[in-house]
Design a protein around this ligand. Structure first.
Ligand code: 13P
Ligand code: SF4
Length: 319
């Protein structure tokens, strides 16, 4: 609409005026994704967001995503100003893994290498040996297993189980889940596949085992987008947050995309597979954070320094 176009123009001007760059995730509002690309920013998965933010020369990073993504950017670039359109945008994995309980869990298992998913607070990362994202978890755990390491894994139990099955590593798991991916249903997916026998099934590894087991491709958001672009099938069933469909449609306009079934995926619930925290990111929020200098990520310096080590280890490993 005209109003959204006007907001986009205003946001682009503010980014420029503040020497700021927009770093967006594939699950946020489509206008924010487009704005990021149109203004020299990026829309990507969490690994590439971290790398891009670290390497970009801009003094201000605006991170459109959830809190841990903003924190990761700040941990890597303390000299930059890191803003978020809404600082309350969190994640069920982060919420389900409080630093105190996590620290006690680690203390009880001192023989294990602590590997945490990116979707955690800075304080949890400060206690970890390695951070991983969905795009490099398999590689890093395989590497640790080859070194004979026993692993303590947190917080996503589905991703953890998938990695454990693939690598055979000894992994003690935290019991967390993503409220969005946890809703995908294996039985309903089987029925859908019968109706679309030629469809390729794309699954994010935060989904339950019954769903991952039916996948043609299991991967990070970037990997799933690549699979649609490069795949030879006409139809694709997508088991991840439906915010990703925006970019998939842009990059593969002639392909048919079908949302994977969730418990409430019916006429009454068109958007079950959409993260409520990712949805808190808006054009107006972006404008406000730049105009008013609000939504700034601030971290305790000792925590930041400790958290940085596990992220740097991952970035160096995947470089
Ligand atoms: P990706 O790293 O695959 O983009 O997933 C991160 C995530 O869970 C965002 O919610
Ligand atoms: Fe967290 Fe899931 Fe939302 Fe991603 S989609 S931010 S993992 S709750």
């Amino acid at each position: 609409t005209a109003q959204r176009a006007a907001l986009k123009t205003e946001a682009a001007a503010l980014l420029k005026a503040h020497n700021a760059v927009l770093v967006a995730h594939f699950y946020v509002d489509g206008d924010l994704q487009d704005l990021a690309l149109e203004t020299g920013g990026i829309v990507s998965d969490s690994l590439e967001m971290a790398r891009f933010g670290r390497d970009h020369a801009a003094q201000t990073l605006v991170v459109a995503g959830v809190r841990f993504m903003g924190e990761t950017a700040k941990i890597l670039s303390p000299e930059k100003r890191v803003l978020m359109p809404d600082l309350d945008a969190t994640c069920s994995l982060d919420l389900g893994c409080p630093a105190d309980d996590f620290t006690a869990f680690c203390d009880a298992h001192p023989d294990r290498t602590v590997v945490v998913y990116a979707n955690t607070s800075a304080a949890v990362k400060a206690r970890a040996d390695w951070m991983v994202t969905s795009s490099c978890a398999l590689e890093i755990v395989s590497h640790l297993k080859a070194q004979g390491k026993k692993i303590l894994w947190a917080p996503d139990r589905h991703l953890g189980r998938y990695i454990q099955e693939k690598t055979g590593a000894d992994m003690l798991m935290w019991n967390g889940a993503c409220i969005v991916h946890d809703e995908f249903k294996g039985l309903e997916l089987e029925l859908l596949r019968e109706q679309h026998p030629g469809a390729m099934i794309l699954v994010h590894p935060e989904s339950p085992q019954s769903v991952v087991a039916q996948a043609d491709v299991v991967g990070s958001t970037s990997a799933l987008i690549k699979a649609v672009v490069e795949g030879t099938a006409q139809e694709y069933v997508v088991a991840t947050d439906n915010g990703i469909l925006h970019r998939m449609r842009q990059l593969a306009p002639n392909k048919t995309l079908i949302e994977a079934p969730t418990a409430g995926n019916s006429a009454t619930c068109k958007s079950c597979a959409h993260c409520p925290w990712m949805a808190m990111n808006s054009l107006q929020g972006l404008i406000d954070c730049l105009k008013l200098g609000q939504g700034q990520i601030e971290l305790d310096e000792p925590v930041r320094i400790e958290a940085k080590a596990c992220i740097t280890r991952m970035l160096d490993f995947t470089a």
